[in-house]
Write a protein that binds this ligand. Sequence first.
Ligand code: ZN
Ligand code: ZN
Length: 335
Amino acid sequence: MFRKAVNRLLNRARVVLASKRSVKFNHNIFCRRMACTDSVYKDIGEFRVFAWSISGIETSVVIKKPADGFSCCFDMGYSNRQTVSCDDVLISHGHMDHIAAVPQHIKKRELQGLRPASYYVPEHLIQPLTEACSQFYIMSENTPHLKTPQIYAVKPDEKIKLRRSYHAVAFPTVHRVKSQGYMVYHTKRTLKSEFMELPPKEIGAMVQKGVNVHDRISIPEIAYTGDTTFEVFTNSPYTTPADLLKVKLLIVEATYMNDDCDYDERVSQARQWGHIHLSEIYENAELFKDVENILLIHMSDKYSVKYIEEKVYENIPESLQNKIHISTLAKDRYI
Ligand SMILES: [Zn+2]
Ligand SMILES: [Zn+2]
């Protein structure tokens, strides 16, 4: 009842704001403080994001780009209607909060008559994950897709073909177990620079004659770190991929955000557990100058939504003010 009433009020406020042409409605800013509940998706730039994530509990992040019909899912710690609709699932590491829902995902898709999804995992997880699915097949006896799951090993720097002119590339991350993140690229055709000044009719004639007038360029659009220490951004122990800090949307974990000790202690505590402290992102804000938007996920279960909002928005460096987003959806709804 209370949630419905809040939704009604939020929707009314949105309509009023949107109708006033002098007031430019900014969905992100509005929803940050108002805990937007009209949709489980967040609109961030060109993307719609379903980010369900609590450290140690469950993480699954669905990304959609409505403009060209692209979608994929990062990690499979939680299987619901949003994640079940994803054909491609890119898994960062073997901790249960990131992988345990794969058998359920397979079963639910089969139940809905969807073709089997593809699961991309770090190489060492192929055998145990296939075995886990096989054990569920034995127990359930009625889910053929569990018998032959489509699980593919991906090494760092390997290219994964995704839907619609998109591909992903894995990169190593720094966690307590072997882990990797993913960058997603969109390949586009652009007119070669030497033909830019020509009228369209002339270009059309050249195409008819078989002249190749286009270049193909790959744009780094999304990066997902999974669980990692901040070292993933600082060339140690692995080289930071150049495109990681140029993406339109960086989805990064910020497991810890406590301020009850000094910076060095916060960092060392976070690294001890293979995670990032929010202060590391804020202290190194200049690293993210070319990233359009940053979505923070995987906050510790010990923090309330209010605490997270306070720590994130009250200490935010000026250069990050318009690009930091948080997803507290799971914190709100996990019961
Ligand atoms: Zn985790
Ligand atoms: Zn982990």
